[in-house]
Design a protein around this ligand. Structure first.
Ligand SMILES: NC(=O)c1ccc[n+]([C@@H]2O[C@H](COP(=O)([O-])OP(=O)(O)OC[C@H]3O[C@@H](n4cnc5c(N)ncnc54)[C@H](OP(=O)(O)O)[C@@H]3O)[C@@H](O)[C@H]2O)c1
Length: 238
């Protein structure tokens, strides 16, 4: 895919920042989207530019994101966005409704609609989560199930990635995720030692760089569909 042009939404996230730099290292033209007011954006922008990526700064209004994609006409769009309960609570205190429904689903859907209006019919790579099912009542998984349904019924070729815990250096501490990832890995290494390697491979955590490698590899291939944690772990091999 020498003429590939990737647009990365969620570029400032743990996964997104590695996706941007890895794409650039593979010689892909990259536009890293950084939302107006992003605190991580100011710090990461020089890193993205040094890697060879372009940075597009804009808000998430429908007109702004549509304009960003119309200008870029990408062949691949990465949707790597998500909020947390802690961020949702902080936003609510300031009167903003920024939760799984409005951010994880709402902005991803907005991005999808803008991507679908591109002449290039880009491949859409969506970072979902392990455990997504249509019947779930968990709001985090429900938002992802809704977005997965949009992709499955939509017009663009897509990759849905469902990783287990994502680990690595974050700007903020997420104690729950750290404990969850460590506990899962310890438990699974025991299971692996007892011969349950398939189970271990299916559920173990993955680092941001490793997951990014899997996403970039899938994005640059012709493969489409839904990829569970184990398949992502394998594809992310250095
Ligand atoms: N962490 C895990 O263990 C795990 C496991 C499975 C799936 N996932 C899912 O995978 C996705 C990416 O995970 P990650 O850990 O790489 O994410 P992350 O580091 O938390 O990054 C999230 C991205 O979303 C953006 N974002 C957050 N709130 C926003 C808002 N209100 N408006 C616009 N943009 C906003 C952030 O931008 P700013 O930097 O500008 O805030 C950042 O670029 C998320 O959907 C996550 O839920 C995570």
């Amino acid at each position: 895919m020498n003429n590939a042009h990737a647009f990365v939404a969620g570029a400032t996230g743990l996964t997104g920042r590695h996706v941007v730099t890895q794409l650039a290292q593979r010689g892909v033209q990259v536009t890293a989207h950084v939302r107006s007011g992003s605190s991580a954006g100011a710090r990461l922008e020089p890193e993205f530019i040094a890697a060879g990526a372009k940075v597009h700064r804009s808000g998430w209004e429908v007109s702004a994101i549509t304009e960003a994609l119309t200008a870029a006409q990408p062949t691949i769009v990465f949707s790597l966005l998500g909020t947390t309960k802690k961020r949702a609570r902080a936003a609510a205190k300031e009167g903003r409704e920024e939760n799984y429904e409005t951010i994880d689903f709402g902005l991803s859907k907005r991005l999808y609609d803008a991507a679908a209006s591109c002449k290039t019919s880009p491949r859409f790579v969506y970072l979902s989560s392990m455990g997504v099912s249509a019947k779930t009542s968990n709001p985090y998984l429900k938002a992802r199930a809704k977005m997965e349904a949009v992709l499955e019924r939509g017009v663009l070729p897509f990759v849905i990635a469902r990783p287990s815990f994502i680990t690595g250096g974050r700007d903020e501490r997420r104690v729950g995720e750290e404990i969850g990832a460590r506990a899962a890995d310890v438990l699974l290494s025991g299971i692996g030692a007892l011969g349950g390697s398939k189970l271990r491979d299916r559920y173990r955590s993955t680092s941001g760089p490793r997951l990014a490698r899997a996403l970039v590899t899938l994005a640059l291939s012709d493969e489409t569909g839904t990829f569970e944690s184990g398949a992502l772990y394998q594809r992310g091999q250095p």
